[in-house]
Design a protein around this ligand. Structure first.
Ligand code: CTP
Ligand code: MG
Length: 230
């Protein structure tokens, strides 16, 4: 089977509190989105790459990726799952249902090529697929329901992982899982949760904890630091 790439970039970056969506903020004078795309496309052999963009996007034409013939775009949706589903539909006719697709957040530019290779190697012979993830390092507290957060319990973290991306699944199975989850109004924040809802057990492939998602303003400098050391 072949390998396809989807890089959802249709978000507005509300938590980043910037005028420009975070995927178009710059590090080292390059769009975050361009850094993410080149780190993925230069280190694995994808048959094609689909980038869902917001209908209001006005920055894509200024990206380096806009002139890259490996990259196609489509219109995203109101939630991340809608954007990914729209990209899966846009790949119909090019990709086979049994091909693999890797979905990676535009806002995660620090993806390490070793993690990308390890994810693909580990899952290529697996029936379902899985995701990069990293074991939780901090002690976890569960808050009670009161106005002031008070510790109700300390949660056992030994089996808890943080979900990262890429997440790698078969195209046909992922499309069905996302459609099913959206129809059932399940809260879906990643591809794995849609696959889980459809009865699958995705594999957790341990990845580097510095594969961070730029979410709040302080993350930008952090990502710049990580990138300077990779
Ligand atoms: N994304 C998308 N379509 C959406 C929402 C999000 O393609 N409707 C993309 C974002 O562009 C981002 C990735 O999904 O690359 C991860 O989402 P997140 O970090 O939540 O980004 P935003 O939704 O843009 O940020 P926020 O939640 O703070 O508004
Ligand atoms: Mg979001």
């Amino acid at each position: 089977p072949k390998y396809w790439l989807i890089v959802p970039a249709a978000g507005i970056g509300k938590r980043m509190q910037s005028d420009v969506p975070k995927q178009y903020l710059k590090l080292d004078n390059r769009f975050i989105l361009d850094i993410t795309l080149s780190r993925l496309l230069d280190h694995a052999d994808f048959s094609g790459c689909m980038v869902p963009l917001s209908a209001q996007d006005q920055w894509w034409p200024d990206s380096a990726a806009a002139g890259d013939d490996r990259v196609q775009t489509c219109t995203g949706g109101s939630e991340r799952a809608d954007s990914v589903l729209s990209a899966l539909h846009a790949l119909e006719g090019q990709a086979d249902e049994n091909d693999w697709v890797l979905v990676h957040d535009a806002a995660r530019p620090c993806i390490h090529p070793d993690d990308l290779a390890n994810l693909i190697d580990t899952l290529s012979s697996h029936p379902v697929g899985g995701l990069l993830a990293t074991p939780v390092a901090d002690t976890l507290k569960q808050a009670g329901g009161g106005a002031i957060p008070e510790v109700e319990a300390t949660v056992d973290r030994s089996r808890l992982w943080r979900a990262l991306t890429p997440q790698m699944f078969r195209i046909g199975a992922l499309k069905m899982a996302l459609e099913n989850s959206l129809a059932e109004r399940q809260p879906i924040t990643d591809e794995s949760s849609a696959m889980e809802f459809s009865g699958n057990m995705p594999v957790l492939v341990e990845g580097r904890p510095d594969n961070l998602k730029i979410t709040v303003p302080a993350d930008l400098a952090l990502a710049g630091f990580v990138l300077s050391r990779l």
